[in-house]
Write a protein that binds this ligand. Structure first.
Ligand SMILES: *Cc1c(COP(=O)(O)O)cnc(C)c1O
Length: 428
């Protein structure tokens, strides 16, 4: 049994003064039927809680930590920056440096604006798209998550899908009507919306859907989105907050060769500090204040510590073979998982790309929101709790990704596979 004494104490105190005891919903572990662990420290592939339990971590802060926790070079860069002041509210060199790195890595980004979260990036990107096109509606996909701005909390993934409440109260109906929902990997569902409306400003999509578990784009889907948005004069926004710098040094768009009008980034580009960014064609980006009149600002935007962490991270990602080695580690794990499933005669779906994967407790091929909903979330919760007891920390929801980092060692992978084998024996 896990000793959770101190975590429980903290959670009891937290619930008195923080809604649900957490500052982001999925962290509360509600979907897996237990109280959350309070983390004391983390290093490399491991997190350690306040009761001194240590876990191999596959959440990795939900995506940013592609090099694992507390990478020495990232930590050193943050410390050096902090010595020079934590925030200026005035331009600093790091902002120019990180912007240059992003524009060089992702050719569709001619100009970029730094913000402090992925939510800010996507929220600002659709404001910009609306201003540029003079139209009001946006198209998003069921099960995709683009942060918590009002326009996106319609059939949303991540915590909303986990809670079973995909539309948030508090979003004015008049605004919600401006969000049209299409089905991922179903271009006809997009065409139907364009057929009925000439008011679509933009289509926003996760080019690899990572907030309803993992759903890969089917061949031709993203290209068809590019074509149809061009045909109707709407913008195509790739939300690469997860996929940016996850699969190559650049966006997933670099791999597909598809050029969106706007791209949103976050997570990895902040090296574990609060960062987001949005960028794209110069002609569109120049509408943003103070160049243009589309307002968007931030007290901590381009924060020097965050810029330093981002720059240090991206430099490390430029190391020869970084992605190759990371993906080899992840493949060891996913191949091992497939073998275990086969040995146990279990027909669960495993979706995998690069260094991310999701084990779905369903026998269906998972390719969209509908198939995601066929998962046995009770069984997943059982699987999660059992793994935790073995020292393996998977996401506390069926609908989130497992992230492998470059800090995960062969031994971590072997220990994980042994634990999964033991656990599946018991629960299935
Ligand atoms: C995490 C995420 C966001 C929101 O980013 P925050 O930094 O949590 O606001 C937006 N889009 C996608 C695809 C994400 O995964």
């Amino acid at each position: 049994m896990l000793n959770m004494e101190r975590s429980k104490e903290l959670f009891t105190m937290a619930r008195e003064i923080i809604p649900g005891g957490v500052n982001s919903p999925v962290r509360a572990f509600k979907a897996v039927g237990m109280d959350p662990l309070f983390i004391k420290k983390a290093k490399g592939s491991r997190v350690c809680d306040v009761d001194d339990n240590s876990f191999i971590d596959y959440v990795c802060s939900w995506g940013p930590l592609i090099m694992g926790h507390a990478h020495p070079q990232v930590v050193a860069a943050i410390c050096r920056a902090a010595e020079l002041g934590t925030s200026y509210g005035a331009p600093c060199k790091g902002e120019v440096e990180l912007a240059q790195m992003i524009c060089e890595a992702i050719p569709s980004i001619e100009k970029v604006r730094m913000v402090s979260s992925g939510t800010e990036a996507t929220m600002s990107a659709i404001r910009l798209a609306r201003a540029y096109t003079g139209r009001n509606a946006i198209i998003k996909f069921a099960g995709c998550y683009h942060g918590h701005a009002d326009s996106f909390l319609i059939k949303a993934g991540s915590g909303l899908l986990t809670a079973g409440v995909p539309n948030s109260p508090g979003v004015p109906a008049a605004l919600a009507q401006q969000t049209r929902v299409a089905n991922y990997n179903d271009i006809d569902s997009v065409a139907r919306i364009f057929d009925q409306s000439s008011d679509v400003a933009a289509v926003i999509v996760e080019p690899v859907a990572g907030n309803m578990g993992l759903v890969l784009p089917e061949p031709g889907f993203l290209k068809a989105l590019r074509e149809i948005t061009e045909q109707y004069g709407a913008l195509l926004i790739f939300d690469e907050v997860i996929s940016g710098f996850r699969f190559c040094y650049g966006g997933y768009q670099n791999i597909t060769g598809i050029t969106p009008d706007l791209t949103t980034l976050g997570k990895i580009i902040g090296g574990g500090l609060p960062v987001g960014a949005y960028g794209g064609k110069q002609e569109i980006m120049d509408l943003i204040a103070p160049e243009g009149n589309v307002y968007q600002a931030g007290t901590l935007s381009g924060n020097p510590l965050a810029m330093a962490a981002g720059i240090a991270s991206l430099k490390l990602l430029q190391t020869d073979n970084f992605y190759h080695e990371l993906e080899a580690t992840a493949a060891n794990l996913t191949n091992g998982l497939k073998k275990i499933l086969a040995d146990h005669h279990l027909k669960y779906s495993l979706n995998h790309i690069g260094s991310v994967f999701c084990l779905f407790f369903t026998s269906e091929q998972v390719a969209d929101y509908i198939s995601v909903l066929s998962c046995d979330t009770v069984k997943y919760a059982d699987f999660f709790r059992s793994l935790l007891k073995e020292g393996i920390y998977f996401p506390p929801s069926q609908f989130e990704l497992c992230f492998v980092s470059s800090a995960h060692q062969t031994e971590d992978i072997q220990n994980t596979l042994l634990a999964v084998d033991k656990v599946l024996d018991k629960i299935s």
